[in-house]
Design a protein around this ligand. Structure first.
Ligand code: DAU
Length: 351
């Protein structure tokens, strides 16, 4: 297959590109305009392969998109380019509307027009996979069953509202134009190359540097954790054998409270890099809660597991150990980011 991936230098996108390059023989076009969270280094292991090509263009740049799709002639598009950090969406929603809604519309429209011109066989096999989040379903109370593909939409942050809008656009293109698109909704990911503004990488690097570990509220909120390489494997299965019009809810059945996650990180960092000053749990600091903080996300991945013949390989403890070890071994990556590109505010770093 010839697979175009948007956002292929992002956290999940780069795991997808590495999976495509290292475990399949597909050709890859990575469409990524390199916003703050993109990392070329995350693809260093595969980027010199002649099967890989990077187009540094925005999904809002219609003429450039038309040109690269016409040249590359993809059999499938995997759409991962998105603004994804909830706290940033609260502070500045504009870019979330521009990228996640308007950008998805632009990409869909260009992809649809490209698809209309394909010859019959290629047209029948073409797939557009839109990668989305479980946050579109709102949040769960402790006694609620996990989200499934049938859960009604109820987004509650500017980020999740923008992703919900993009999901609706993708499904509208399927129903209205017969465009062979489908959607995946996934739980919280973690793993190597995660930009250090999200909970897990932030806590790992702050613990390594002896800085405060800022837990929102009382740390009781629950998230369902999926190792990013397991997610990438599911997405590649989906693009290879998923059905147009379908939805696949992807997760690993690994719910944990934020406080449990942070305590586990402290224990692993203590084990790998003992601190003479004492256990890292002393650094946990309860700070003001996120506005509108969703209490709990959890996915029942049964449908995706059956239809895609896929199952997450990592439980949370195995995946977290690999992740902490990766951050210990790759200090120069995150130290450079912290110095050069990060404003420091949410890292708990003094300004
Ligand atoms: O559910 C999938 C979603 O998971 C994705 O769609 C989002 O792109 C991704 O960012 C993630 O959203 P969350 O808001 O759950 O992730 P985040 O890492 O920002 O926060 C995880 C939990 O940890 C959440 O309850 C807020 C809390 N938190 C986060 C940070 C950054 C803290 O307590 N302290 C922190 O400093």
């Amino acid at each position: 297959m010839r697979v175009a991936v948007t956002g292929g230098c992002g956290f999940i996108g780069s795991a997808v590109v590495r999976h495509l390059m290292q475990r399949t023989s597909h050709q890859v076009l990575n469409i990524d305009c390199m916003t703050y969270a993109a990392s070329e280094e995350s693809l260093a292991a595969v980027s010199s392969d002649p099967r890989y090509r990077h187009a540094p263009i925005s999904i809002n740049d219609r003429p450039a998109l038309e040109k690269v799709l016409a040249e590359f002639q993809p059999d499938a598009i995997m759409h991962l380019a998105a603004e994804s950090h909830v706290d940033r969406s609260i502070d500045g929603p504009d870019v979330f509307i521009q990228t996640n809604i308007v950008g998805t519309y632009c990409l869909l429209d260009v992809a649809h027009r490209y698809w209309l011109k394909l010859e019959a066989e290629k047209k029948t096999g073409f797939r557009f996979l839109h990668i989305s989040t479980d946050e579109v379903f709102g949040h769960l109370a402790p006694e609620d069953p996990p989200f499934t593909e049938d859960t009604a939409y109820d987004p509650r942050s500017p980020y999740s509202a923008s992703k919900a809008a993009s999901d609706h656009l993708v499904r509208a293109w399927y129903h209205t134009y017969g465009f062979p698109a489908f959607v995946t909704n996934t739980t919280n990911n973690y793993g190597p190359w995660h930009f250090p503004e999200k909970l897990i990488p932030l806590m790992i690097i702050n613990a390594l540097e002896g800085r405060p570990l800022p837990v929102y509220g009382r740390g009781e909120n629950l998230r369902d954790w999926l190792f990013v390489e397991d997610h990438a494997a599911a997405l590649v299965r989906a693009v290879e054998c998923g059905k147009p019009g379908e939805t696949y809810a992807i997760g690993a059945r690994q719910p944990r409270s934020n406080l449990d996650v942070v305590r586990r990180i402290c224990a692993l960092v203590d084990e790998l890099e003992p601190d003479p000053a004492g256990p890292r749990e002393r650094l946990i600091s309860f700070v003001s809660d996120r506005p509108g903080h969703d209490f709990r996300y959890e996915i029942d991945p049964g449908h995706a597991e059956r239809c895609l013949d896929w199952k997450a390989e990592h439980d949370f403890e195995t995946g977290l150990r690999r992740t902490v070890q990766w951050y210990v071994d790759n200090r120069s990556w995150w130290q450079t980011l912290r110095k050069q590109r990060y404003d420091g505010r949410r890292l708990g770093v003094e300004k």
